[in-house]
Design a binder for this molecule. Sequence first.
Ligand SMILES: Cc1ncc(COP(=O)(O)O)c(C=O)c1O
Length: 399
Amino acid sequence: MTRAASSNERFVSRKAARFTESVIREMTREAIKHGAVNLSQGFPDFPAPEEIKRAAAEAIARDVNQYAITWGARSFREALAEKTRWSLGLDIDPETEITVTCGSTEGMIAAMMATVNPGEEVVIFEPFYENYAPDAILSDATPRYVPLRAPGWTFDPDELRAVFNEKTKAVIICNPNNPTGKVFTREELEFIAGLCREFDALCFTDEIYEHILYPREDETVEHVSMAQLEGMRERTVVVNSMSKTYSVTGWRVGYCIAPPHITSAVRKVHDFLTVGAAAPLQEAGAVALRLPRDYYAKLQTDYLARRDFLLPALEEAGFRVFRPDGAYYVMTDISAFGFATDVDFTRFLIREVGVACVPGSSFYSRPELGARQVRFCFCKRDETLRTAAERLSTLRARI
Ligand SMILES: Cc1ncc(COP(=O)(O)O)c(C=O)c1O
């Protein structure tokens, strides 16, 4: 081995060498490079609500410019406790049960580092939000994957039960789900909760899309938080954020809700990872959390219209689409286009068609599982979606 090669290896930790850069974030850079309409990374291209932007500017003008309390500004935690009371029916103590983090991204990794020991196992449903696999590596957890199968993205209860054992420390749920748009039913959550209780396991529940749900004609789609289920409050960490609900993904204000003994551990990890989330943006966050309730109804109506515009356009272009019940993504099957892999297809779509998506393989533990799928997001302005639809319509000729 040459000296340069050996130092290259020597200076990168075994942990860092085990995962790649985020494919989702890479697709945004590719989209910019090739002038493609970016339906890859999930961030809105429309403005955030005026009142919360004003509140952020005012907080800076009032000189809220120094560190907030490490586990979160009191005003934000109090507003969060108020909102959690009306939206989930849960009483949480802002003094002992909330940690404000730099986005839910930090919330998840801080929660895992605070609770998981090396060699303990964490159950992850796949396809999964890309971050959870590196989160497991960084927190020394061993991931155990359980498939969610299209078209309904349901899991086999026996398969799930079979991965639980005495080494299971936790299960990660993303509900509503990225990338599939699945909204777990109460029955499914009860089943998972039963396993958590039986095996004395925790649940990390990523509920960042809690307010983005689409009604079905035949049944209601409801958001049930794992923390609401009997016996789960004491073993659940709710991970959430302002990013999606208030269209401010760049603010990096998220939070964990957990019982006091878990919160103490999360707060310690969080403090040494980041000290705290942006102080003025937490002040603005308190305003956001107190927006009138019709804000959430409008958020849903707007997203429903975007979903119902993009899905037929994708079908028309030749994709098989798996209709989402929540979140703002749609998983699609690309078999009709005859590409060898999802990565080849994505590269073609960005460079030749001018639309960016995310290759399905980035949501699976083994690339071949996602080789026939790509994900589109639809958190975009009407004109962005219209341009994407026009460009996608040229695909039809290739089938
Ligand atoms: C399921 C899920 N969790 C977490 C995140 C990251 O959220 P935040 O901006 O709060 O870090 C995303 C962003 O796309 C997501 O889809």
